[in-house]
Design a protein around this ligand. Structure first.
Ligand code: KG4
Ligand code: ZN
Length: 330
């Protein structure tokens, strides 16, 4: 079954959380409750359809913030029940993965997919369409967390990732060098928590000595460390699995330096790179609808007693006994 994207409405909560410097879970769910009805109405009207024309409703079940998930799940389930149509639960990570196919419908498998968001840094090998094996992940902070925490230390506005990206564009990525964590260990796994500690001590050192510094250079050097590790390990995965197609998805894939570094490496190594447009990288409804459409065609509908699950695991399989899988689990 082919899908056509008719509307993709996103309600940003940045203004609500900005003065707290991060997402406040209670405020997030309250805001969801306030906005969900209007957002659904807007999506329906922009699509030029009526509620009664809907064949199914897909909702994110997890992983994520429990309260916010609960609002979406309760609303979606109730609406589907009232309309007497099936409802479908989607794993948020599979939603991000689906955004690659939304951007490039004829994306070929086998391929490697890197999901880089605020909560996850996962490398998958996809031997076939809709089949994924986890081959690497962050053992501590996600890359998005490293961006957000680094931005906070540099006194940047929330959300940190895009602010750090903007500041770094005015800096020299080579002028301050930060460590490349796990570059030569841990197989295809990542680790980002040590990097933010390096930044913390670097900034403390500057302050103690009363030294002048260029925040743009520091931001560019810090960003370069994250980007280097992401690009290097991802292309190692591409080589190890002998694929010539790579998709990179999730909020951090909106990062300008990551996009250009990936593209350069892809050109040099003759790899086809798919990175969705910025609005499909960060959280959006269209990616959930795409993964929902896949579930619809597989005939996977949720029963009415299914609920939101904050720590929902993926239905994605693992390589049975490879070193990759052992490393992923270490
Ligand atoms: O996928 P996403 O919208 O939400 C989650 O599932 O987490 O990703 C959000 C993350 C945040 O950490 C945000 O700072 C980061 O993506 N992000 C960026 C950029 N745009 C969003 N990080 C670096 N550079 C960007 N341009
Ligand atoms: Zn996300």
């Amino acid at each position: 079954m082919d899908g056509v994207l008719c509307s993709n409405v996103v309600a940003s909560q940045h203004e609500v959380h900005r003065r707290f410097g991060g997402v406040v879970p209670e405020l997030a769910s309250r805001k969801h409750t306030e906005q969900i009805e209007d957002i659904v109405q807007e999506a329906i009207s922009l699509a030029g359809v009526s509620l009664t024309q809907l064949k199914a409703i897909a909702v994110t079940r997890g992983p994520g913030l429990a309260g916010a998930l609960l609002v979406g799940v309760s609303f979606g389930k109730a609406l589907a029940y009232a309309l007497d149509i099936p409802w479908i639960t989607v794993n948020h990570l599979e939603g991000h993965i689906a955004s690659a196919w939304l951007a490039q419908p004829d994306l070929k498998t086998p391929c490697v997919v890197l999901v880089v968001s605020g909560g996850h840094t996962h490398l998958y090998f996809a031997p076939r369409f809709q089949e994924y094996q986890l081959i690497g992940r962050s053992l501590d902070d996600a890359a998005g967390e490293a961006f957000d925490k680094g931005a906070k230390m540099l006194g940047l506005d929330f959300p940190g990732g895009p602010a750090l990206d903007r500041l770094a564009q005015a800096g020299n990525p080579q002028s301050v060098r930060f460590p490349r964590p796990y570059l030569n260990r841990g197989g295809l796994n990542f680790s980002f928590s040590g990097l933010k500690t390096s930044l913390l001590y670097y900034l403390k050192g500057l302050k103690k000595d009363g030294q002048e510094f260029s925040p743009a250079d520091v931001a560019a050097g810090y960003q370069e460390a994250i980007v280097d590790v992401l690009v290097e390990k991802t292309f190692r995965a591409v080589r190890r699995h002998h694929v010539s197609t790579l998709a990179v998805v999730g909020g951090v894939s909106a990062n300008s330096r990551l996009r250009s570094s990936l593209q350069k490496r892809a050109n040099d190594s003759d790899v086809q790179l798919i990175v969705p447009s910025i609005d499909l990288c960060t959280d959006n409804a269209a990616m959930i609808a795409t993964a929902g459409l896949w579930a619809f065609t597989r005939g996977e509908f949720a029963s009415w007693d299914v609920d939101a699950k904050a720590n929902l695991q993926t239905r994605l399989s693992l390589l049975p006994s490879s070193t990759d899988a052992q490393l992923v689990h270490q």
